[in-house]
Design a protein around this ligand. Structure first.
Ligand code: WT7
Length: 662
């Protein structure tokens, strides 16, 4: 296996990257991490992680550090703790209750809230009492389907407080996607809102839940936050308003301690098949990993920093770097509900200026969008509070990196490009901002205590200057503990590639001449659309569910803004419907269908209607060729195809409809 074709040119360019940015003396002088950290961690990774784990508050201190029976690890297993106590109570007990935990900014102008750690404790305690009254017990799974409002964080922490694993489902997912996830994790409870504000209007959430409930008989109660005040349908036996039950609860809640390996949450993500995987994380190791990486990668100074992670809590970035990492470290954060251009294309920069954001963590897609909008939007605001910038979710191209550095960071802020996954729980490869000289587009080096390698197909490390597959060679505290209910898939997906020796990440990587790491994108059929993970199989599955579609093949084609974009090649059941090669109406209906079955984020950028798909003699669809077609590359050797003319015909169709983006 080699990195996907779309990255070949990128690899070439990277070979010649000579720019490097060392930390300024001023930054390095006050940095949390110095070069010694690498030495200490390398000398004894387990002892180093144990030291980090002891910065948490344990009800029962642990003796045992790591038990590793490949592919299963436990960390700190004989210790007990409560995740919500570590995120909230601890700071209040230490006299920091008056400190702001969240400056919350709703999408509608002027709709803001300030929540201190003391407020957060009171809210989490009331919510935990309410969930108990509704019957939530340790190990019950609770689905959370919410907009970016404070109650989303409160709901997660209340679940954690009760030892009830949450399964947060991104608010952009459809009713069908909800059904799959709620059923797979067997959730007994759902927490949602009437709706949330996106793109200037109130988007419905409860309506999706209502539709899903028809197929989720296992759900007993649905707790509903009133956010927008929009009209909602109501089932008296099942639905309960958050304000009716939470507000009347006692403001204190006595937390229980749970073993370090108690499940904290399940988070669904796309694999290579149509069925999403429930990635399952536990408590002690995960908190250790997120807290430590947050403290060192973002160089957190809890007294003065204002952190803003622009992710949604429906993705792992929100779990690890809005909720668990930052809150264990007791920092002040900004949390923003809406889209970046709601109220003007300078909305983000107004927020940075108003709240004095010091650390901004976002995705390359957002950066490229801001580049496209123009330099004048960040330039019209005072961004001098910023002192560190982060990037996550997809490879960042050097051009976007340089723009981020200059136009957002004023040329003075270190940039940390952080590679990790839903599965890894926390950051795995990243510069340390006071230590590492960074290169535009490179995630650089494994975090202290993490062992990553780039290997060839046999699992042998590649020499400097070569590419291969990224693997993690030792267990780490935040690693997934499995795929919910599917041990076999867990072994197959991550461990079978190198016989249980290494964790196989599914990413291509390159080790440059200096030994630094560049992440090059997926080597499997997982796509990365604006930092959102989707599999070609799940989009194909949705496509063939449309009544007019006979067959579909999906590829991720490189895209200047979204990193990759979905291009679908579709054959229809009634072939003569496509006599002229396209049919705007049917294409629109197919796109709408995909949005309905998965999410609007899964809508193909282009749908090419074609009478046939290129197949090998054994009947396998030739995706490589389709990707070449989608990216307008030379087609190369097509002689293994049953019918080589098919691909030329599709190429012609593609050229004729190169501009049906919307
Ligand atoms: C996949 C994981 C990590 C939280 C958000 C995404 C890609 C992630 C980087 C980066 C290059 C990156 C990888 C990875 N990815 N960060 N800094 N450079 N690629 O989590 O949805 O689980 O996706 O995102 O391909 O495998 P996820």
């Amino acid at each position: 296996m080699t990195p996907t074709g779309d990255h070949t040119e990128a690899v070439e360019a990277l070979l010649h990257e000579e720019r490097s940015f060392a930390p300024s003396e001023a930054f390095a002088a006050h940095a949390n991490a110095t070069a010694d950290v690498y030495k200490a961690a390398a000398a004894d990774p387990e002892a180093w992680w144990a030291l980090q784990a002891r910065t948490l508050e344990w009800a029962t201190p642990f003796e045992e550090v790591l038990a590793w029976d490949s592919p299963h690890a436990t960390w700190f297993a004989d210790g007990t703790l409560n995740a919500s106590v570590n995120c909230v109570d601890r700071h209040v007990a230490a006299g920091r209750g008056g400190k702001v935990a969240f400056h919350w900014v709703g999408e509608p102008e002027g709709d803001t809230a300030t929540i201190t750690y003391a407020d957060l404790l009171e809210r989490v305690s009331r919510a935990a009492n309410a969930l108990e009254e509704l019957g939530v017990k340790p190990l019950d799974r609770v689905a959370i389907y919410m907009p970016m409002i404070p109650e989303a964080v409160v709901a997660m922490l209340a679940c954690a407080r009760l030892g009830a694993p949450h399964s947060v489902i991104f608010g952009g997912f459809s009713a069908d996607a909800l059904v799959d996830r709620i059923t797979d994790a067997d959730c007994r409870f759902v927490i949602t809102a009437d709706g949330g504000y996106r793109r200037g209007s109130a988007a419905a959430l409860k309506a999706q839940v209502d539709e899903a409930m028809a197929s989720c008989p296992g759900v007993e109660r649905v707790l509903v936050v009133q956010r927008t005040g929009q009209e909602v349908a109501w089932d008296d036996a099942r639905d309960v308003w958050w304000h009716d039950i939470v507000d009347r609860q006692a403001p204190v809640h006595e937390p229980a301690a749970f073993p370090a390996e108690h499940p904290l949450y399940v988070m669904y993500t796309s694999g290579t098949t149509a069925k999403p995987k429930g990635i399952f994380h536990t408590t002690g190791g995960y908190l250790t990993h997120t807290s430590t990486t947050h403290r060192l990668v973002f160089d957190i100074k809890p007294e003065t920093d204002v952190c803003w992670t622009s992710a949604d809590i429906g993705w792992v970035t929100g779990h690890s770097y809005i909720v668990y990492g930052p809150l264990t470290n007791g920092v002040t954060q900004v949390m923003y509900e809406g889209t970046p251009d709601a109220g003007g294309k300078d909305r983000w920069w107004r927020i940075v200026e108003e709240y004095g954001v010091t650390i901004l963590y976002t995705a390359p897609t957002a950066i490229r969008t801001f580049m496209k909008w123009g330099d004048e939007f960040p330039a019209s605001h005072d961004l001098s509070s910023l002192r560190l910038l982060g990037s996550v979710g997809e490879p960042i191209n050097p051009e976007a990196w340089m723009w981020y550095r200059k136009h957002i960071g004023g040329g003075r802020c270190p940039i940390v490009d952080t590679w990790w996954q839903t599965e890894t729980g926390g950051i795995m490869i990243s510069p340390l901002p006071g230590v590492t000289a960074t290169k535009p587009g490179a995630a650089m080096v494994p975090f202290p205590g993490i062992s990553a390698e780039v290997v060839d197909n046999d699992g042998d490390p590649v020499p400097d200057g070569h590419g291969g597959l990224l693997v993690i060679t030792r267990p780490w505290p935040g690693m997934l503990r499995g795929i919910w209910g599917d041990e076999e898939r867990y072994r197959d997906t991550y461990w079978s590639r190198f016989d249980g020796r290494y964790y196989f990440a599914g990413d291509g990587a390159k080790r440059d001449e200096d030994g630094d790491l560049w992440l090059l994108g997926r080597v499997d059929d997982v796509m990365n659309i604006s930092g959102h993970r989707l599999s070609t199989a799940e989009v194909e599955h949705a496509l063939v569910g449309h009544p007019a579609v006979a067959e579909a093949a999906v590829v991720g084609a490189s895209d200047d803004t979204t990193g990759q974009a979905i291009v679908a090649f579709v054959t229809l059941k009634v072939a003569d419907e496509v006599a002229d090669g396209d049919d705007a109406e049917i294409v629109a209906s197919i796109r709408a269908h995909v949005a309905e079955v998965i999410s609007p984020i899964a809508k193909p950028r282009q749908i090419i209607l074609t009478p046939d798909l290129p197949k090998t003699r054994s009947g396998k669809i030739m995706r490589r060729l389709l990707r070449d077609v989608a990216e307008h590359r030379d087609l190369g050797d097509v002689t293994t195809l049953t019918d080589p003319t098919v691909v030329n015909m599709i190429d012609g169709l593609m050229a004729a409809h190169a501009s049906d983006d919307d």
